[in-house]
Design a protein around this ligand. Structure first.
Ligand SMILES: *Cc1c(COP(=O)(O)O)cnc(C)c1O
Length: 453
């Protein structure tokens, strides 16, 4: 009997493996997912469907039921070269056969050195010291800790930052504390979160002409309160998850000038915007500025693995290092993970010939041609395009369940939130596929059940 049970157990395990070999999910797996697994910003009681993806290649996702979807999201800014990229895959396979991981304390390795060499050379000038971390939020935590340790080292501790409303910097506590204060995160944790200062982001849009005084709130705030601040944190040019808004590069230039004038650290969070997405290598390049501290993540590995980095100038790094603390107090277990570094090296090598530039430009003009006319649509509040980012802001919030299903039924993967239907497709998307996504968005606006009135 025992033997029999063991035997059937083995067979069961074997068949389960067979079934799972191709990532195919049964109804029972979806039921487990629904009952036991958190998804991003999800509820365990008010259920939103998840779609089972079994594979992804180029700009296409394949679902369990065999349907294939054109990807408009790059898995949240990350998969810029498309899925299953042979060069990134090969680099990872080569690295796996040497070592997937080794600790970074007291040890170094070529994948990390090559990556940091690349990052120092491709990021805006002056950012010479690299801290590798595991995710965007952690890169922001590291940036904030560096800013605080810097002021501590100067013998003048300062723990306040200036941030922009509608900003988004991640989900960990430090990062949350500089996100837009009026969204639910601040109200949920306000008894715990440190209090920073917030001003309105510039109203002047990317393509408008700058008018003197457009940065008045920033100028006035700093004149009064600069001595209370360690620095200013912002997403350069593109405010991402906090509203998908694009502002004028002159604001960034002025922020740089003012931070220099008042001796404040400027922290640029380019976790979403880095690596070509806005039409330049980094959004800071639109303004020709270098921040004192730069955070990158998301597309760093081409979306193959999680990895982020915080870069600083030599001055910040040396001030921290020469302090009484004697070092920078942070060291993640998986710091400099060689496999992630190998993926990042491959992804950056794919960017180096700058062939992304004409592709991003082509995506941009297709997005403009397809989306900008929607400004006339009665349901649409605003439409904006920058680089390979397209945003349709609706007047009413979307019904994510019905709209998502409709998009899937129309062969496209778009994940709207709030009043935002937005696109950041992989750079390798074909113009035909891009038009298919745009058409799906255009048609979706005419279906009343897609909106919460
Ligand atoms: C996504 C994002 C983060 C957080 O990155 P995670 O990898 O999700 O922790 C921080 N800042 C910006 C601007 C982002 O877009």
């Amino acid at each position: 009997m025992v033997l029999f049970l063991e035997f059937t157990g083995t067979i069961l395990k074997y068949t389960q493996n067979l079934v799972h070999q191709d990532n195919f999910m049964k109804a029972d797996d979806l039921a487990f997912d629904r009952r036991h697994i958190w998804h991003p910003y999800s509820s365990m009681t008010r259920f939103l469907p998840s779609y089972s993806v079994i594979s992804a290649d180029g700009y296409k996702l394949t679902l369990s039921d065999g349907r294939s979807l054109v990807d408009g999201m790059s898995s949240w800014w990350a998969v810029i070269h498309g899925y299953n990229h042979p060069v990134i895959n090969q680099a990872m396979q080569d690295q796996i056969s040497r070592m997937s991981h080794v600790m970074f304390g007291g040890i170094t390795h070529l994948p990390a050195v090559s990556l940091c060499r690349r990052l120092v050379s491709m990021t805006p000038p002056g950012l010479d010291c690299v801290f590798l971390a595991d995710s965007g939020s952690v890169a922001v935590e590291v940036a904030i800790k560096m800013a605080f340790q810097y002021w501590q080292a100067r013998g003048e501790p300062r723990y306040k930052l200036l941030a922009l409303r509608h900003g988004y910097h991640g989900d960990t506590f430090g990062a949350m504390s500089v996100c837009d204060p009026d969204n639910s995160m601040h109200s949920l944790y306000k008894g715990y979160l440190p209090k920073h200062f917030f001003i309105q982001p510039p109203g002047r849009r990317f393509n408008d002409s700058w008018c003197e005084g457009d940065d008045k709130e920033l100028v006035d705030f700093l004149a009064l309160h600069h001595h209370r601040l360690a620095g200013m944190i912002l997403e350069p040019i593109v405010q991402g998850a906090g509203g998908m808004r694009f502002y004028h590069p002159e604001y960034l230039r002025q922020a740089r000038i003012l931070c220099d004038h008042y001796d404040l650290l400027l922290i640029a969070d380019e976790i979403a915007t880095g690596f070509g997405r806005t039409g330049e290598w980094f959004a800071c390049n639109h303004a020709g500025i270098s921040p004192d501290i730069l955070c990158i993540g998301k597309a760093l590995t081409g979306g193959a693995l999680t990895l982020s980095a915080t870069l600083t100038g030599r001055h910040v790094a040396n001030t921290i290092s020469d302090s009484d603390a004697g070092c920078f107090m942070h060291g993640p277990t998986f710091m400099g993970n060689p496999l992630a570094c190998a993926a990042a090296n491959a992804s950056l090598s794919l960017l180096e010939d700058e062939s992304w530039r004409p592709r991003v430009a082509a995506i941009s003009s297709e997005l403009r041609a397809g989306l900008l006319p929607l400004i006339e649509h009665p349901r649409v509040y605003d439409v904006r395009v920058l680089g390979a980012i397209g945003v349709v802001e609706t007047k009413d919030s979307v019904n994510i369940a019905t709209l998502q299903k409709w998009f899937v039924d129309h062969g496209v993967w778009i994940r709207p939130f709030g009043k935002l239907i937005y696109l950041m497709p992989p750079y390798i998307i074909s113009m035909k596929a891009l038009r298919q996504i745009i058409e799906a968005i255009v048609d979706s606006l005419d279906v009343p059940v897609h909106f919460l009135l």
